[in-house]
Design a protein around this ligand. Structure first.
Ligand SMILES: Nc1ncnc2c1ncn2[C@@H]1O[C@H](COP(=O)(O)OP(=O)(O)O)[C@@H](O)[C@H]1O
Ligand SMILES: [Mg+2]
Length: 486
């Protein structure tokens, strides 16, 4: 048998351009490289007038001349990967860049040596060879931020020009790219939120002068967020950590948080697993079929931390924007999910849960019917039953009918529509005063005045008294008052 080396044709580069990167994913892939290179400041410039270039400058360790050449080779070999490396295939720099632009220039500086290299699709097409261009210092100096890199001790500048695939046939390239800045910032704020916190050495990212602040999808700093203990699951010899969060009801969000689309009208699409690879968000917004993207589960988000050692099991795609968990892991997740989703649902349903002997007695009961459920005023609530008991029968049945009518006209459709749009239900401020009034009503409605201890025992589990810290004291005071009308 004989063998021959068959190198790929140069058209491969053109084909690689259509992997399907979004602008956000392409820039995130370059930021991965900067983070792996130890950068602490990463600047992105999207030329806002003509859309002529996008530049990404970092202050990482930079590359030696030979490393820079390897870095520009498709699937180049750049040595062993550390466990903190955000790279994977040795393709990102090339495919992400060329998915947006026809020309990719890398200027990198290490140990005071600067190297400038370029892949230019048009040049390759003309030569028909994999001809990498080396720029002279003078040629490199004309590029945006080349001077800035020159002033740094080390770092790497990536410049994309001729943004054909990004711009498409837009007649206003400047306007087109300017409109992309805000969504890019939103996306990077989420994808790198755990780096931007400063925990991993504190990384700062700026896009066109705007600093990107972290967007924690789990609202870990909001005191009303419920965080479950982290569970560790063994997968393929590595450990995957899973932490479930139940986000606060919209009424407990800060005004700042309420402005976030993922906590507002996009809340429902934002539930599900958040898969992180080395703390970098890879994908989110799905349950891998383990739960439904339901209105009731929309408070639940689950952080899944995957190390880069089991990439092969997770079917990580080139763009690092999709990862499918291995089957064994899905089985474990399914086990965890039942409990987690149930907790998320309670954020919505606990106020209406059906009375049971150990639980709070609610003023509204939820009644299951064959075709769904409805709410009704709980006439067994001591307040209602006490009031009715002290009334002449004819009056009591009138009040009962009124309560039934109120129950039947409960505006559930309207409530659902409002809540689906995340309108907060305003908290009622007058609970305290009205509770006192209700206590007086209760005192006067029962014909034989019961003992304070009995009253406290009866009401301690009934809304709204169950929320009062000084119920016994209050009942005592009110019981000592002269009943009205005597
Ligand atoms: N900003 C950068 N700073 C230092 N080295 C870089 C930078 N960008 C890329 N490199 C080097 O180029 C190599 C190839 O990058 P890339 O094509 O993105 O593939 P991968 O990140 O999967 O290794 C990296 O492994 C790294 O050694
Ligand atoms: Mg990379």
């Amino acid at each position: 048998m004989q063998e021959e080396d068959l190198t790929p044709g140069v058209d491969l580069l053109e084909s690689m351009r259509s992997v399907g990167y979004s602008l956000e994913a392409a820039i995130a892939d370059l930021i991965d490289n900067s983070i792996s290179a130890g950068a602490s400041l990463i600047l992105v410039d999207i030329e806002p007038i003509t859309g002529s270039h996008i530049a990404i400058l970092d202050d990482g360790v930079g590359m030696s001349p030979s490393l820079a050449i390897e870095a520009l080779r498709l699937a180049g070999s750049v040595g062993p990967r550390t466990s903190a490396d955000l790279g994977r295939f040795g393709l990102g720099l090339k495919t992400a860049s060329l998915s947006q632009a026809r020309r990719l220039t890398v200027i990198t500086k290490r140990d005071r040596v600067t190297t400038a290299l370029r892949w230019d699709i048009d040049h390759i097409k003309t030569t028909g060879r994999w001809s990498l261009l080396r720029l002279s210092a003078g040629e490199a100096a004309g590029l945006h931020w080349a001077d800035r890199l020159g002033q740094q001790p080390s770092g790497t500048l990536v410049v994309w020009e001729n943004l054909d695939l990004l711009l498409g046939d837009s007649s206003d390239p400047g306007g087109f790219v300017r409109a992309r800045v805000a969504p890019l910032i939103e996306s990077l704020a989420l994808v790198f939120h755990r780096y931007l916190h400063g925990r991993q050495g504190g990384i700062a990212i700026e896009v066109n002068g705007n600093s990107v602040s972290p967007r924690d999808p789990f609202l870990a700093t909001n005191p009303a967020t419920q965080q479950k203990p982290t569970e560790h699951i063994a997968v393929g010899g590595a450990e995957v950590s899973v932490t479930a969060f139940t986000l606060p009801h919209v009424s407990k969000l800060s005004p700042q948080e309420r402005k976030r689309p993922d906590l507002g009208d996009q809340m429902r699409e934002s539930q599900g697993f958040y898969i992180y690879r080395n703390q970098r968000l890879i994908s989110h917004g799905h349950w891998y079929g383990l739960a439904r993207m339901d209105e009731l589960t929309k408070q639940t988000r689950v952080q899944v931390d995957v190390p880069n050692t089991i990439d092969h099991l997770w079917q990580l795609d080139i763009k690092k924007s999709r990862a499918e968990p291995p089957a064994s892991f899905k089985t474990e997740l399914r086990r965890l999910m039942g409990r987690v989703v149930e907790q998320g649902k309670r954020v919505y349903t606990h106020r209406g849960r059906k009375v049971d002997s150990t639980d709070t007695i609610h003023l509204w009961s939820k009644v299951r019917e064959r075709d769904g459920f409805r709410y009704e005023v709980n006439v067994e609530h001591p307040l209602v039953s006490g009031l009715l008991a002290g009334m002449p029968t004819a009056d009591a049945s009138k009040v009962l009918r009124l309560l039934e009518t109120i129950s039947d006209s409960f505006p559930s459709h309207d409530l659902f529509a409002e809540m689906a749009g995340n309108t907060p239900v305003a908290a009622v401020q007058r609970v305290d005063e009205s509770a006192l009034e209700l206590l007086r009503l209760y005192r006067d409605s029962t014909s034989a005045r019961p003992q304070v201890e009995t009253v406290v025992a009866t009401l301690a589990h009934a809304e709204p008294f169950s929320a009062m810290s000084n119920l016994e004291e209050t009942v005592r005071l009110i019981w000592q008052e002269q009943p009205s009308g005597t």
